[in-house]
Design a protein around this ligand. Structure first.
Ligand code: ZN
Length: 211
């Protein structure tokens, strides 16, 4: 059985009347290991449970619950996944056991040959992304806020200033790497999008100017 990626909830972010309104994109990865990535706010339990039910699954089946980084709109329902190993940023745990993994050296956390969690810092200093090889969608990277949404590729102010970046140079480097690696990207606050050849050309050129 191979993997497929299912967005349970499309995230968003916008400013209205001086208030930032945001919720994350929540993604289910189905296959030999069931993975949930980014669990929305604590007020979205029902959205999450309904999304899982529509995919004919439930919290108890989930093997890995990933929070791409430590912001509240990405971690609100981790407590529903008590059968899962939790990966939040660079922290890997199950119950009160913590497993040291050297994400800071660039080392991917390999779940199996088709599924790994890689360090992609910048938005915060400990962001991770989930890379999954699928049967019909190519390589999909569930990238959290490494990408705010597709439009931030043509308008970098969206990820640099509106979403905010703790280390924009690092974030740019990992954005380029993920664009070159992925066929589809699931961003932190928008729908899944296809990576075009134009996007890859721009990323390649940008990498050359960084060297
Ligand atoms: Zn976010």
């Amino acid at each position: 059985m191979s993997y497929s990626v299912h967005v349970l909830h499309n995230g968003y972010s916008y400013l209205k009347d001086g208030v930032m309104r945001a919720n994350c994109t929540c993604t289910l990865i189905k296959g030999p290991n069931l993975v949930i990535v980014d669990t929305m706010t604590a007020w979205d339990k029902d959205v999450l449970l309904e999304g899982l039910a529509k995919e004919n699954t439930s919290c108890a089946d989930v093997k890995y619950a990933v929070g791409t980084h430590g912001h509240s709109d990405h971690l609100g329902n981790l407590n529903l996944f008590t059968a899962a190993t939790h990966i939040v940023g660079y922290s890997v745990s199950y119950k009160d056991e913590f497993f040291i993994h050297p994400f800071e050296t660039g080392e991917p956390y390999k779940i199996d040959d088709s599924l790994q969690v890689i360090p992609t810092p910048g938005h915060t200093t400990e962001d991770v992304s989930v890379v999954v090889k699928t049967a019909h969608q190519g390589t999909v990277v569930v990238a959290g806020d490494l990408f705010e949404r597709e439009e931030d590729i043509s308008d970098p102010s969206l990820w640099r200033y509106i979403a905010g970046s703790e280390n924009p140079d690092k974030q740019q480097k990992y954005r380029n790497e993920v664009i070159l690696l992925a066929d589809h990207i699931v961003p932190g606050h928008g729908p899944m999008f296809k990576v075009t050849e134009d996007m890859k050309d721009v990323a390649r050129r940008d990498q050359l100017t960084q060297k």
